[in-house]
Design a protein around this ligand. Structure first.
Ligand SMILES: Nc1ncnc2c1ncn2[C@@H]1O[C@H](COP(=O)(O)OP(=O)(O)OP(=O)(O)O)[C@@H](O)[C@H]1O
Ligand SMILES: [Mg+2]
Length: 174
């Protein structure tokens, strides 16, 4: 059992606006139904009559990739790990949908990335029209996502990982 699997510390994500609630509901639904080593474990989800929502998940002790210092080998390993994770995720019929430095936590104890922010996760093939509030991340999101074309594709995740690899290479100090 690794450090990540042992942690029972909770991390709480809160939503108050309708758009935040929509994404938090989707994130809760994904986490509740999927257990992967690279995904925080689901703990609970609740909504109040006043319209706020609370998702409790496993706390990952670490920092996001954006504020991390990596060697060249760690950068290569990270990209290889992410591609491996995506193959597992895609084989289960889902995409992450918003891969970027802010949505990757690097674990303190072991050099293992954890993907967070699962509100944009979609079933492969799901029509984008069914996901009207979809957000995108300039510099990382596939053009299909930005222009609202097509249905959810594994290539959206692979495209984002390619942009991430370029971003890592262009930030040698990171
Ligand atoms: N499971 C977790 N364990 C520890 N920290 C987490 C966890 N999930 C998220 N965080 C922290 O909270 C931040 C925001 O989380 P997340 O990316 O899921 O939300 P967001 O919708 O993008 O929110 P924001 O708009 O504030 O960036 C992350 O950058 C990270 O620092
Ligand atoms: Mg985020």
């Amino acid at each position: 059992m690794n450090e990540k699997q042992k942690s029972n510390k909770p991390f709480v994500k809160f939503a108050s606006t309708p758009a935040e609630r929509y994404f938090l509901r989707r994130e809760a639904s994904f986490l509740r139904n999927h257990t992967f080593s690279f995904v925080p474990r689901f703990m609970s989800f609740s909504e109040t009559v006043s319209g706020s929502a609370l998702l409790v998940m496993q706390h990952i002790d670490g920092v996001t990739l954006r504020s991390c210092t990596l060697t060249a080998k760690e950068r290569r390993d990270l990209i290889a790990d992410l591609r491996g994770y995506l193959q597992i995720l895609h084989s289960q019929g889902f995409i992450h949908g918003d891969i970027k430095p802010d949505n990757i936590l690097i674990h303190d104890h072991a050099f293992s990335p954890v993907l967070i922010d699962w509100g944009a996760a979609q079933a492969i093939g799901e029509a984008t029209s069914r996901h009207k509030l979809r957000q995108y991340s300039p510099g990382f999101s596939h053009p299909d996502l930005i222009f609202g074309r097509s249905s959810a594709s594994i290539w959206w995740d692979f495209y984002a990982v390619d942009r991430l690899a370029e971003w890592l290479e262009s930030n040698p100090a990171i």
